[in-house]
Design a protein around this ligand. Structure first.
Ligand SMILES: C[S@@+](CC[C@H](N)C(=O)[O-])C[C@H]1O[C@@H](n2cnc3c(N)ncnc32)[C@H](O)[C@@H]1O
Length: 288
């Protein structure tokens, strides 16, 4: 198998389009109703020093896999103010940015690879947004994550479903072109591991839970010059930018070629540049 370069993330670039990037998470949350609270006794056994001696039961235990800069993880804390929430990510850059959102002792962030993460306790919600596409075979993790849910708990995620859009096909073609193929060997297309909605539905139902699966195409209207390029610099282009980081001349040449292709594919209109973005959502519930 071709070795794959881990992309270096740039939280500031990623957050330049925070509104559009946060919307699917809000839409996912809107489909998650009540969560089971953490078991009071079990929660007392966890290694969360300084948990408040709040009267009554503790709120749900929540894990956010691939939490990024933490700006969406805080939305979980707003929604379930008594929940104990941990955002997990592999990127030191993203985790450093997320640290500013920590609300000890209820909301914290930690380094963990979601591909191998073994839930250390029972959860009311395991959630992930815009992250599982970076984990080939992520659906094979579903049994492990569902096992860790309390009865009535939810596994909820959102992944992009836009890999046949020009933004991605042009990038893939350019990367595979004679000029760039050898140079970019090892920056493989990690984002091709997303399943179709029906496949997610089947996988989740076969594991014995209920599943609400849907897709939405957002007609995102971006502002500014080369707006689509600016968007992908925060996400899909990261592996290439990482691979060429030590050669600014080559990096700029690649970006210029890609920019020209994007300008043709996404011409600006009178209201901005329309960048259609398909996303896939799933909320699976474990039986009570
Ligand atoms: C596009 S960002 C999404 C961040 C956040 N969930 C959001 O919606 O804004 C993808 C994040 O997934 C993280 N990621 C990628 N592979 C991962 C893995 N195997 N385990 C944990 N995090 C991962 C990246 O470091 C990055 O922060």
């Amino acid at each position: 198998m071709t070795p794959v370069t881990e992309p270096t993330w740039d939280p500031r670039q990623y957050l330049r389009h925070a509104d559009h990037r946060t919307r699917p998470f809000r839409d996912l949350l809107a489909r998650i109703d009540d969560l089971p609270d953490a078991d009071a006794d079990a929660s007392a056994d966890t290694d969360a020093p300084g948990l408040p001696d709040a009267p009554g039961r503790p709120g749900p235990r929540i894990a956010d896999l691939g939490c990024g800069a933490g700006n969406v993880t805080v939305l979980l804390a707003d929604r379930w103010p008594t929940a104990r929430i941990t955002g997990y990510d592999t990127s030191p850059q993203m985790l450093a940015e997320a640290a500013a959102h920590a609300r000890p002792p209820l909301l914290d962030f930690a380094e963990a690879d979601a591909a191998t993460w073994t839930p250390p306790e029972t959860y009311g919600l395991i959630v992930s947004t815009s992250a599982l596409q970076w984990i080939p075979g992520h659906a094979d993790c579903f049994p492990r994550w569902l096992d860790a849910l309390a009865p009535g708990g939810a596994l909820a995620f959102q992944v992009p479903g836009n890999f046949t859009a020009p933004s991605h096909t042009l990038l893939a073609d350019l990367r595979a072109s004679d000029r760039w193929r050898a140079r970019l060997h090892g920056t493989g297309d990690r984002t091709a591991s997303v399943l179709e909605p029906t496949d997610y539905l089947t996988r989740l139902r076969d594991l014995g839970c209920t599943a609400d699966v849907w897709e939405t195409t957002y007609l995102q209207t971006l502002q500014g010059e080369d707006a689509v390029l600016d968007w992908v610099k925060g996400t899909a282009l990261r592996p290439v930018l990482t691979a060429l980081a030590d050669d600014p001349e080559a990096r700029d040449a690649f970006v210029a070629e890609y920019r020209d292709l994007l300008r043709e594919a996404y011409p600006p209109g009178p209201y901005g540049t329309v960048f259609p973005f398909r996303r896939i959502f799933a909320v699976a519930r474990k039986e009570k």
